[in-house]
Every structure is written in C-alpha cells, then in structure tokens.
Design a protein around this ligand. Structure first.
Ligand code: NAP
Ligand code: MG
Length: 492
C-alpha cells in the first residue's frame, strides 16, 4: 500500500489531542486510545471527558446561548455555517484520511461521506434564515394568534462510529442553524474527524462555547450528557439498546427532549419481474456496504421464487469478487471497526450455521495479509425461517440472510415481522405492486428500484424500535426548535 498521507494529516496525528470546551482546547485527566482497525495499531491518545468536563462544557454552552447565540442574526449564523463548509471543502482530503484511518473505511467511501457532510451543512446554512412560524385564524374577537419557533437551548449530540463525521453533521448542522449551542460526543472508536472539525469551527470563528467537543466513552462521558439537568435535549444515533438507556436517563433527570435514530433489520424485497441488472447492482451494495456496518443495511433479502436461485448465485459470485483491505488501499470493503465488533459478528456467523441456515459463501475472518486487522468475508446465508436469530437481530456486519417468497401478501407479512422499522426496499417493474408494498411496509424510509438514496432535504428516521423523530429536511428543524404559541388580546 503506497498511499502517502497529506502532511497536515500527519501533523494532526502527531499533535497532543485535546478536546474543545468553551472555546479552549483541554487535556483530560485521563486518556484513551483510538486504533486503526486495519492493523489494530494505536493511532493517538485521546482525552477522556469526565463528568466535570461535561459540566464545564454545559456552563459555557448555556452562557453563550443566552448572551450571544440565541440572538445572533440568522444571516450571520448562516454565514458562519457556510464558512465552516468552505473550510471543510478546503481540508476535505485531511478529513477523508482521518476518517479512513480511524474507522477503516475505504478512501473513496470516506470521501463520499465527507462530501455528504459538507452538503448537509450547506443545506442547513440555508435554513438558518427561513425558520418561520405561522399566523392562525382564531375564534376570539379582537385577538391575534401566531406561532414562532425558538431554539431549545443546550443540546447533546451523541453519535456512532459507522459514519462518524456524516452523522455528526446530520445533527450539528440543524442544531446550530436553529440557534442551539451543542456538546458533541463522537464514538470512542472514531473521535478524529470530530476533533479536526473542532479546529475548523475555531478557524471559522464561531463564538466560544457554541460547539463543544467531548471525547470519551458511553460511560462516563455519554451518561454525563444524558443525565445532565441543564441539557435541554439529547439527539442520539446508535443501537436500540443504548437508545432505551438514553430515554431512561432523560426520564430520571430533567425530562430533556430526546430524538433517537436506532438499529434496523431492513427487508429488501425482489419481485420476479424486476430488472435483473439493476437488482444485482443494488442488492450487492445494499447487502455489504460499509462492511455491513450500516443501520439501513438490507440484511433481510426476500426474493420471489422463480428468480430466487439465480439471485443467490449471482449475489454469491459478486460477494466473492469484492476486494477487501485497508481503507488506504481503497478496496470495496474495509475492516470491521474493532475486534469486539468482529467477534460479535463471527458469533452470529456461528449461530447461523447452528440454527440450520445454509452458508452459501463467506462466514469467516480473512487470513494472510489481512490477519492483523479485523477483516471478515462477505457472508450469505439462505433460510426459510423468519424466526432465526440471524434473521431477527441486527448483526451490523457483512451478513445477509436470503429467503424466497411466493406472493406479495406473503412477503409483506415477513417484511413486517420485526421489531425494527428503519428502512425497506422493493424491486419491481409493476407500479401497483410497488405501491402496495410501500403502503404496507412499516418503515420510515422505503426505496423503490434503488437503495440507500440519502439527501439532506429528505426526512430520515425509523418506525417502531428503530427510532423517534425524523432527521433531515424540514423535520430536523422541528427536532431542534420548540414552538411557542402567542396570543395577543385587546385589539378591538
Ligand atoms: P452504540 O453502542 O449504541 O453507541 C452510540 C453512541 O452512544 C456512542 O457514541 C457511544 O459511546 C454512546 N453511548 C454508549 N452507551 C451510552 C450511554 N449509556 N449513555 C450515553 N451514550 C452512550 O452504537 P454503535 O455501536 O456506536 O453504532 C452501531 C449502532 O448504531 C447500530 O445499532 C446501528 O443500527 C445504529 N445506527 C443507527 C443509525 C440511524 O440513523 N438509525 C445510523 C447509524 C448507526 P461509545 O461507543 O464511545 O462508548
Ligand atoms: Mg479508531
């Protein structure tokens, strides 16, 4: 692998890493290490934010919220967000490299994520000047009623490791556009792009304390945020299990508002009349994108009987052709994020066999040159039992469970037989069938003849145990503001 890092990336990695609290770069009393999952080597030491660091950040965020940010003219908020997006564009390759090193993902996929983050920021920079209320006709004489949308105050943003910068931006951009101040906690496995973003936020000249970046694990850092009584809202993306803890913490502390983007087990349904070329290109990526570490992964593939054998065979061939390697060599698939996550997925691979699913390809850790990293081969199981654990539980690895179906009624029942409801897809040339599925499937996003389209303008979020509240589009403006109803009397 001959890739040479940008000098600025190298420099950043050689610096002592500090977290951003109240506009100051601070060391932690303790530190933890972030690793390169391609080889298990330590990249850098990262400060571990304690409860008292979180307290300091909240004090700073509250002060600047009251004194400066809540009344900052919208056009100036917008200009700052645009300035930040331009700095991200300038340093795009550094962000790409840091994401690849820390998370393991291929450079090309990291670039896609960073571009997505920049676009997202620009979309909400535009919203900062367009957050409106309404006037409402009412039945009292001589009165006037209107609504206005106000920021919530101090908001905690807790993000996972699978799309570190992009998901941070799904939250940060609308939160700031709406006039909130924030504490951002990246996942402990992937803090680097958030810390680099902190440097750009300072360079853009945001008022000190508007954005605080607290690095550290779920406990104590995440818990200190969710339990804090002076944080007005927590916006969380991560597992359903931790999502439950976040709600519990909100209930036990100050009933802070909560929005949750959680796990998924998305049904991907292929009818026999679908365009086969289109299907194969789509299903290939929907089954293994980001090495399966994706909340919307099409991890349950249902194929109509007449073409079932053919799809399984084609998918298995294409899975075996995917290149696997360190992100810096820009393969199709990078490593799993950590040894723990790799072992968890391997346990599901073992379980699938034990439960009687048929292993078509994959099912093992990669060896040879890849033995030092956390690499798994793309894995296909076939089965005819929706109750298997590999079919019911989110695996979060490159594992797809494929089964056949007869009729649309049959497959709708199977698709909805899950606690999750994040996303779903259907492949068919028949518009009637497509609409029937779209209307019946219990999922927050449905793709027809495509997969994983995302755009800052289109709301995204889960039904059922996949979440609460929709991010993106106008929906995120509702997530980061509260509506005030105002009555004015005595006008007669
Ligand atoms: P996770 O273990 O739930 O962690 C997510 C974040 O929460 C991390 O920053 C984590 O910190 C923090 N955290 C852990 N315990 C906490 C606690 N008790 N209080 C407060 N914060 C706590 O999820 P993950 O393993 O990083 O990510 C994978 C999961 O995310 C999958 O289930 C996936 O489906 C879901 N996901 C959902 C979406 C979506 O949009 N719906 C998008 C991406 C991922 P540390 O890890 O640093 O300890
Ligand atoms: Mg890492």
């Amino acid at each position: 692998m001959n890739y040479t890092l940008q000098p600025k990336t190298q420099q950043f990695l050689e610096q002592t890493q500090k977290m951003l609290i109240g506009g100051e770069w601070c060391e932690g009393k303790e530190t933890f290490k972030t690793l390169n999952p391609a080889n298990g080597e330590v990249l850098v030491d990262i400060p571990l934010a304690s409860k008292s660091d979180v307290d300091d950040a909240v004090i700073a965020a509250r002060k600047v919220f009251h004194e400066v940010w809540a009344n900052f003219p919208p056009a100036q908020r917008s200009a700052l967000l645009w300035k930040l997006s331009d700095l991200m564009e300038r340093d795009k390759q550094i962000l790409v490299e840091l994401e690849t090193l820390d998370n393991g993902k291929p450079l090309g996929k990291a670039e896609y994520d960073v571009t997505g983050a920049i676009n997202h920021l620009r979309y909400y920079a535009g919203w900062a000047t367009k957050i409106e209320g309404s006037t409402i006709p009412v039945n009292f004489p001589n009165t006037f009623a209107y609504t206005k949308r106000e920021p919530l105050g101090v908001v905690g943003l807790i993000v996972p490791w699978n799309f570190p910068l992009m998901i941070a931006m799904w939250k940060l951009a609308p939160a700031l556009a709406c006039g909130n101040t924030v504490l951002l906690k990246p996942a402990e496995q992937t803090p680097l792009t958030a810390l680099y973003l902190g440097k750009l936020i300072q360079e853009a000249d945001f008022p000190a304390g508007v954005v605080n970046i607290l690095t550290g694990p779920g406990s104590p850092t995440g818990e200190a945020i969710t339990m804090h009584t002076d944080i007005d809202k927590v916006s969380f993306t991560g597992s359903t299990a931790v999502g439950r803890k976040i709600m519990e913490a909100a209930a036990k502390s100050n009933l802070k508002k909560v929005s949750l983007e959680l796990g998924g087990k998305s049904p991907n349904v292929v009818f026999a009349d679908a365009d086969m070329e289109n299907v194969m290109a789509g299903v290939h990526w929907s089954s293994f994108y980001n090495t399966g570490q994706e909340c919307t992964l099409g991890s349950r593939l249902y194929v109509q009987q007449p073409i079932y054998e053919q799809v399984v065979e084609n998918l298995s061939k294409s899975a075996e052709q995917l290149s696997i390697g360190a992100g810096l060599s820009n393969p199709d698939l990078g490593p799993m994020i950590s040894e723990a996550q790799m072992n968890r997925v391997m346990e599901y691979m073992r379980l699938g066999k034990e439960e009687g699913a048929e292993l078509i390809t994959g099912g093992k850790r990669c060896e040879g040159d890849l033995a030092n990293g956390y690499f798994l081969s793309p894995t296909i199981f076939t089965h005819q039992n929706n109750n298997l654990r590999i079919v019911k539980e989110e695996i979060f690895g490159p594992v797809v469970a494929v089964s056949s179906f007869k009729s649309i009624e049959d497959v709708i029942e199977k698709a909805n037989d899950t606690e999750y409801g994040l996303a779903a897809a259907v492949w068919t040339k028949d518009i009637q069938k497509a609409f029937k599925y779209v209307n019946a499937v219990q999922a927050g996003t449905v793709w027809v003849n495509g997969y994983d389209y995302f755009d800052a303008a289109v709301p995204f979020g889960g039904y059922k145990a996949s979440g609460m509240g929709k991010e993106m589009g106008k929906s995120a403006i509702e997530l980061y503001t509260q509506e005030k109803s105002v009555w004015i009397g005595g006008l007669g």
